[in-house]
Design a protein around this ligand. Structure first.
Ligand code: PMT
Length: 410
């Protein structure tokens, strides 16, 4: 059965150049089995015509707040009740601001207030507009109210800038819509994960770190929450918004991450170590800024605690999933980590390629278990995260069923 069969998706389109992708989005949502009705803001009509969307959706396109053609002339209420999901793509900065402020001055913003259906926004705007404190504050407000966000992605923009603010590609948006309805696979499961880098200070102004952006871990947290898990995200220093429904603990150093994880491990069913934890820290942190005194500078480093190994050794033990970020001999190193750290699964991540891994919006991974090596999975980090969460959920349930079957009868 198509994954969106019997689902009624209301697609909102706001004014932005990415609106041209919305035509394709309608087609792909319908291919996935959804019935799609389109609502456009006046600005959206400057970029793409209602006629195009009517032809592709096979339904009348809605433009006006007060619609004499609607039953009881209250189109917004009828549409708000009709929708199983309100997907706004593209969602402009102005639209996010209006919804965050509770302003209902057009059909789309009004039905966002009126609907009980989940809201999924796909932001698209210039990178400076996305990074602006006002937009980030609106994002925070909307996320805290349960609005889900798909993207934005990073890269070259229509205006010539490069950075975050691109609308996700159509297949990723369809996957995000499917993800909203896929909830339940991890219902009742308490899942903790680490994400991002750690930062190990050398003196008051310098530190040792790495280029993990946190994107993979945050995508996993969002996918796990969408699958119904109660998610705790222990995040190193990154500037990413907290996914909807996720409880976040910010840390800086590996020691802080270790303490935050170990304080909660007894209350978790699944642990995923996605953070790029510094293996070493400075043996002594200089109390003042280190001065240039010679041609060389020696730093003495000491080992940090291995967080995931400590989790796997804890009793009771959560289902424990690690990542192996490798630049060479990926599978051999991943298998060694599986065994050495006592893990249930290792996600092998080739970080020698610049198009995947650290910092990128895309990834390619393989799931390694004692039973063997999985096939490569690639795509946006959101799509990879959803596939991994589904895989982890199935393996967790299989492990639980086996354990229950092994219990002696009373
Ligand atoms: O954050 P992004 O920019 O999206 O990039 C994603 C990623 C590349 C960081 C991510 O996909 C990834 O591969 N994370 C693991 C990075 C890593 O540190 O791997 P590792 O091979 O060094 O560590 C193996 C495992 O042990 C990991 O699960 C790690 O979280 C854990 N570990 C490592 C050291 C330590 N002291 N404690 C740990 O728990």
């Amino acid at each position: 059965m198509p994954q969106l069969a019997n689902r009624q998706v209301l697609l909102g389109i706001t004014g932005g150049i990415a609106a041209y992708k919305s035509a394709e989005l309608v087609r792909r949502l319908r291919d996935a089995g959804a019935t799609v009705r389109v609502v456009m803001t006046p600005a959206a009509c400057e970029f793409i015509t209602p006629l195009t969307l009517q032809a592709l959706s096979g339904e009348p396109v809605h433009l006006d707040l007060l619609d004499p053609a609607a039953e009881a002339a209250m189109g917004h209420i009828e549409l708000a009740r009709w929708a199983d999901l309100v997907l706004v793509a593209p969602a402009s900065a102005d639209f996010m601001a209006r919804v965050a402020a509770g302003i209902a001055d057009d059909l789309l913003s009004t039905l966002c207030l009126a609907t009980k259906a989940p809201l999924l926004f796909a932001p698209a705007m210039n990178q400076a507009m996305w990074s602006n404190a006002a937009t980030q504050q609106n994002l925070h407000t909307l996320t805290a109210r349960g609005v889900r966000f798909a993207g934005p992605g990073e890269g070259a923009q229509a205006c010539g800038d490069t950075g975050p603010g691109r609308m996700l590609e159509v297949p990723d948006l369809v996957s995000a819509a499917i993800g909203v309805f896929a909830g339940g696979l991890l219902a009742g499961v308490r899942l903790m994960l680490t994400a991002g880098p750690t930062r190990e200070p050398i003196d008051p102004v310098r530190y040792i770190s790495n280029s993990s952006s946190g994107k993979m871990g945050f995508a996993l947290a969002a996918a796990a929450a969408d699958a119904g898990a109660e998610v705790t995200l222990v995040a190193g220093p990154v500037s990413l918004p907290t996914p909807a429904g996720v409880s976040r603990i910010d840390v800086i150093t590996a020691a802080e991450m270790h303490a935050a994880v170990m304080a909660r491990v007894a209350d978790c069913d699944v642990f995923i170590g996605c953070a790029a934890v510094a293996d070493y820290r400075a043996a002594e942190i200089a109390p003042q800024k280190i001065k240039k005194t010679g041609e060389t500078l020696e730093l003495r480093l000491v080992r940090n605690p291995d967080i995931i190994a400590a989790v796997a050794a804890h009793r009771p033990r959560p289902f424990t999933v690690g990542f192996a970020a490798e630049t060479n001999d990926l599978l051999a190193h991943a298998r060694q980590k599986l065994e050495r750290k006592g893990l249930d699964l290792v996600i092998a991540n080739d970080v020698s390629r610049s198009d995947i891994g650290f910092g990128s919006d895309h990834n390619e991974v393989r799931v390694i278990s004692a039973a063997g090596d999985g096939e490569p999975q690639n795509g946006s980090k959101q799509a990879v995260a959803r596939a991994l969460i589904e895989d982890i959920a199935h393996r967790l349930h299989a492990t639980r069923a086996q354990t229950a079957g092994a219990l002696p009868a009373c």
